[in-house]
Structures are given as structure tokens and as C-alpha cells.
Design a protein around this ligand. Structure first.
Ligand SMILES: C[S@@+](CC[C@H](N)C(=O)[O-])C[C@H]1O[C@@H](n2cnc3c(N)ncnc32)[C@H](O)[C@@H]1O
Length: 276
């Protein structure tokens, strides 16, 4: 069967099982199995061999059973980067690119800035910012050893010099950077406990501790950031769409010029503040 027909059938199967974006999902999985891009997929005249057919069928079943698409392909595009992803480490989301853009704007005018990304996961924010600002010194931390390992691997594969350290928030940052950090940027776990049960299976396939959090994660981060940032340095955080007021109030206790930034859908997505 030629790819176009195969995709139509696979998309119908995914749709029957309630999978979001069934056609795009079928295409991505088939491109992955065949090791080709979109143009190669549709230019292909022959069908699948037995191994490819088995692999594609298995991937479709796993996706229907709730395995995240990115765990099946092993990668996720993020802000002009292609990151390796693995089960056990949070998959970067497109909405976090708003945080990269907000952080970049805040860094205008700072030369050779020092940037820290506590809670880095795959390294997404740290690596995207290093790519945009090659003059920056970028450090990333995570409490999960598997995240540290993956972020280091992504940094190596992409040839981006980012130091990834194991530990709690800013604790692993070298002491001589105290008072010299220009930007602390973080996408912390912020799904309210009471929303967790209703999350779709592919989201629940991620580590719970990378998802669930509340105001306390912003309180700790604010208290630590204020000790590491230079005067005029910036804290930029991603937030739950309903949390802008609460998070702004937390930052407002220690930071000036606290602002809420919206995503393209008009939802509150990022809060920034400047150390006075
Ligand atoms: C929501 S994920 C965000 C990952 C990444 N920043 C992104 O946007 O794709 C949160 C990450 O924070 C890490 N984490 C949770 N608590 C932490 C802490 N106290 N210190 C450092 N990392 C932590 C988790 O292991 C997880 O990788």
C-alpha cells in the first residue's frame, strides 16, 4: 500500500481511538519508521516491508494506548532545536518558546550575560538561549539524574556549551557567580494537584514530579533568585494560565517591574520581574 493510503487508514484508526491530530500523528510515525522527511514520504512509490509494517503497527497501537508521540519518535522540536527526549524526562512544550522569547528580550543590552535555568529537563530553555546568545555563560540544573544526563547529551549533540549540574534549584551554581547572574529562567512544575487526575494519559506518562506544583515552587525560586541575580537582573518564569495574579504577587515582594506575558492564544504564560 502506498504511503498516502496507509496514512489515511492509520489516521482513521487513530481518530477512532480519540488520538489528537490523527493525520499529523500518522505522518510523523511513518516518517520515523521509514527514516525520511515529508517530501520523501509522499514521493515514495513502494509500500512497507514486513519489519517496517510491524514497527508502524506497533507504534500506532502504543500511541492509542497513551504513549506520548515524542516517546515513540525519541525527539521533539523546540525553538529551532531538535532535542532528544526519553521516558522519565519532561517533553518540552511549544508554549515554553514564549519564555525563550521573553527572556531574550530581557537580555537585550546585557553583554556576555550569565544565565541559569533551574529545572532544565531535556535542557530546552538553556540550550535555546545559548543558541540565541552564544556570548552567554549558561548553567542548567535538575534534581533528576536522568534529566541531567539527557540535557548533557543534548548539549553535546547540538555542540552548545551549557553546564548541566545535578541539584536543587540554584544550589549547584558556583559561589563566585553570586550577585553576577543576569537571568534566572525556569519552567517549573505547576499543574495544580487537583487537575492531575484529569490530565490525558500521554501527559500522565511523564514524571509526576515534573508536572505537579503550586505557589511554593515560585516562592522558593524567587527567594533563591534574588540572592544570585545582579542588580537589574531578571527572573522569568512560566506559569499556569490561571496563576498570573498569584505568581506576580510572589515576585512582587522582591522584584520590580513585574509583568505578565501572554501566549499567541491570549493566555497568561510568563511572568518576569527585575531585581531592584
Ligand atoms: C516542567 S519540567 C520543565 C523542564 C524544562 N525546563 C522544559 O521546559 O522543558 C520541570 C523539571 O524540573 C525538575 N525539578 C523539579 N524540582 C526541582 C528542583 N527543586 N531543582 C531542580 N530541578 C527540579 C524536574 O526534574 C523537571 O525536569
Amino acid at each position: 500500500m502506498r504511503p498516502a493510503r496507509l496514512i489515511a487508514r492509520a489516521a482513521a484508526y487513530l481518530e477512532r481511538h480519540g488520538v489528537e491530530s490523527p493525520r499529523a500523528t500518522a505522518e510523523i510515525l511513518l516518517m520515523h519508521v521509514l527514516g525520511t522527511d515529508r517530501a520523501g514520504l509522499y514521493a515514495r512509490a513502494e509500500g512497507l516491508d514486513a519489519r517496517q509494517a510491524r514497527e508502524f503497527g506497533r507504534a500506532l497501537c502504543q500511541r492509542c494506548a497513551g504513549t506520548p508521540l515524542q516517546h515513540l519518535t525519541g525527539e521533539q522540536a523546540f525553538h529551532r532545536l531538535r532535542l532528544e527526549v526519553r521516558p522519565g524526562v519532561f517533553v518540552p512544550r511549544p508554549e515554553t518558546e514564549i519564555l525563550v522569547e521573553g527572556a531574550r528580550r530581557e537580555l537585550r543590552g546585557a553583554e556576555h550575560p550569565n544565565i541559569v535555568d533551574p529545572r532544565t529537563g531535556t535542557g530546552a530553555l538553556a540550550l535555546a538561549l545559548k543558541r540565541e546568545r552564544p556570548d552567554a555563560t549558561v548553567l542548567a540544573t535538575d534534581v533528576a539524574p536522568e534529566a541531567v544526563e539527557l540535557a548533557r547529551l543534548n548539549a553535546g549533540r547540538l555542540g552548545l556549551e551549557v553546564d548541566v549540574l545535578l541539584g536543587d534549584l540554584l544550589a549547584p551554581v558556583p559561589e563566585d557567580l553570586r550577585g553576577w547572574v543576569d537571568l534566572v529562567v525556569s519552567n517549573p512544575p505547576y499543574v495544580p494537584e487537583e487537575e492531575y487526575e484529569d490530565l490525558p494519559p500521554e501527559v500522565k506518562a511523564e514524571p509526576r514530579e515534573a508536572l505537579v506544583g503550586g505557589p511554593e515552587v515560585y516562592e522558593r525560586l524567587t527567594a533563591e533568585a534574588v540572592r544570585w541575580l545582579r542588580d537589574g537582573g531578571v527572573l522569568a518564569v512560566e506559569i499556569h494560565a490561571e496563576a498570573a495574579e498569584a505568581v506576580s504577587a510572589i515576585l512582587g515582594r522582591s522584584f520590580a517591574d513585574v509583568r505578565v506575558h501572554r501566549d499567541l492564544a491570549g493566555r497568561d504564560r510568563v511572568v518576569t520581574g527585575r531585581r531592584p
